[in-house]
Design a protein. Sequence first.
Length: 422
Amino acid sequence: MVLLRRLMVVLLALSCAPAFAQATAPVSVEFSLHAPGLSQEEVVYLSGGTPSLGNWDPRAVRMEYHGNDTWRAIVVFRRAMSVEYRYTLGSNDRVGADYRGQPMQNLRVIAQRNLDVTDEILSWTDAETVVEPRGQLSGDIRYHRHVRGDALPARDIVVWLPRFYALNTGDAYPVLYLNDGENIFDPATAKGGRDWGVDEAMQQLIDDDLLEPMIVVGIYSTADRLNEYTPGVDGEDYMRFVVETVKPLIDRRYRTREGRHHTFVGGAAMGGLIAFATAWTYPEVFGGALSFSPAFQLEGRIDALPWFAERAGEQRPVFFYLDVGGEGGDALLQPGVEAMVDLLRSWGYRPERNYVFIRDMDADHGIPAWSERFPEALARSVRGARRLEALAQRNEAGEGSSAFNSGFPVTVPNVAPASSVR
């Protein structure tokens, strides 16, 4: 009986030997990653929960670039197993991201035999970008925390992306930069608990075919807001921060269109003043400026008009939108805005051609009025900037004596026309 038992054990072992050998044999897996939009200079790594993948070391297995946006690596596992893994750009802050910019869930493969695995990643996380929807936000919102420029305190940057941005990977977008970025999207961060509703307004304009999809960038203010938003030494530092730090960050992280006629800057009150000054100083960067209730003058406190007069120079190829109300704080600002409009006229700027000025005599100074005027203001600014760009191109081609004062008709995209200091 004992002998019979031993014989059965031997026979069972022999019958299982091929499967056992297969289960314990090394398994080779070739991983291929398709990452369109990622520079071929980037170094891509595989990381995972096995010794062969470094036990989640973000630099465990370096992949090789094979052209056509594809990186490859072959990994040998000591036996058949289930493997969790992910792709990184060298750190746990730079991993594959989903369409909202959040880290993707770990990928999984059953490595029972030699095989090829192909994955695709369209975007990557980074240490500076946080996806943090909250309050009454609408759409795809990204945050860049503690962005610092020379001689200025750090501040947050908030970015609104148009619908389907993550899916339409071949599209690039115009960009609108807005000052006082804490006020434009989220009531949880807006002063007084009411935001501009720019996220909802943008989506409505796009849905109604009154505006093509755009990216909106909100630049938070700081405790030094008054100085930063006043033309002068601090104001010039702030404008340089927008142009040399914020804009390159956005161009690097997102698919933006080149050209001043695709780039706009705006703000309200002091933020409207510095928006106007930013486009005035950098007309090669911005094709349009939206200035809501700009604080050009306030008796005893502010007089920015001499700053502009000293820098009048040649006519800027920028379309300026200006507005002001007639009640409350706007009544105090109205003389200064009208004085700026008079200066523009004296320098040869023409209404509807180079600028538009709106008086809303029933409007007070504040977010409710600005948010109501915002959709029309943006539509008119986009149309005006592109008209000026078309005129400039005609002038460069030698078809007119003046880029901005010629009477040549131009074809403009179908955008609807319009009608106390914080």
